[in-house]
Design a protein around this ligand. Structure first.
Ligand code: HEM
Length: 135
C-alpha cells in the first residue's frame, strides 16, 4: 500500500473512533439527562463521520487501487492527492471544531471551503487514472 494511502486510512480510522465516541456520548446524554448541548457535539460528530471517515477512507483506497501509468509504476500527479489529504484534514478539524471553539460561522466556513478544495484536488489527481483496462 502506498504511503499516502496509509495516511488517509489511518486518519480516517481516528475519525471513525472519535465520531462514534461522540455519537455514543450524545446518545448517553440524551438518555440520562435533559441535555441541550447536542448541537455542540453534533457538528464534530457529523463532520468526523461523513467527511473524516467515509470520504477519507474512500480517497485512501482509491489512491491505492485506481489504474496506474507506465506499466504500474506511476500514480501520476501525486502532489494533488497529498494536497487533498492536507486540505481534507484541515477542513474537517476547522468545520468540526468551529462551533466548539466559539466561532461557528467563519471557522466552519473556512473548513468547508478547505473540504471543497480537497474534493477538487483529489478529482484533479484521479481524473486521468479513470480509464478502461487494457488487456
Ligand atoms: C458512519 C456512521 C455515522 C454517520 C455518517 C452519522 C451521521 C449522523 C448525522 C448526519 C446526524 C445528524 C442527523 C440530523 O441532522 O438530524 C447524526 C446524528 C446523531 N448520531 Fe450519528 N452517524 C453515524 C454513527 C453514529 C453512531 C455509531 C452513533 C451512536 C453510537 C450515533 C449517534 C447519533 C446521535 C445520538 C445523533 C443525534 C440524534 C438527534 O438527537 O437528532 N451516530 N449522525
Amino acid at each position: 500500500m502506498p504511503r499516502l494511502s496509509c495516511w488517509f486510512i489511518r486518519a480516517s480510522l481516528a475519525y471513525l473512533v472519535a465520531g462514534f465516541t461522540l455519537g455514543a456520548l450524545m446518545l448517553t446524554l440524551k438518555a440520562v439527562v435533559r441535555y441541550d448541548g447536542v448541537g455542540l457535539l453534533m457538528t464534530p460528530h457529523v463532520e468526523f463521520l461523513l467527511i473524516g471517515w467515509t470520504v477519507q477512507v474512500t480517497m485512501g483506497v482509491a489512491f491505492w487501487i485506481l489504474p496506474r501509468f507506465e506499466g504500474g509504476t506511476s500514480r501520476g500527479a501525486v502532489g494533488y492527492a497529498w494536497l487533498a489529504f492536507v486540505l481534507l484534514n484541515a477542513g474537517v478539524i476547522l468545520a468540526g471544531l468551529g462551533p466548539v471553539l466559539g466561532d461557528a460561522g467563519f471557522i466552519r466556513l473556512a473548513g468547508q471551503v478547505a473540504e471543497a478544495g480537497a474534493a477538487v484536488a483529489f478529482a484533479l489527481h484521479a481524473w486521468r487514472r479513470i480509464r478502461r483496462a487494457s488487456f
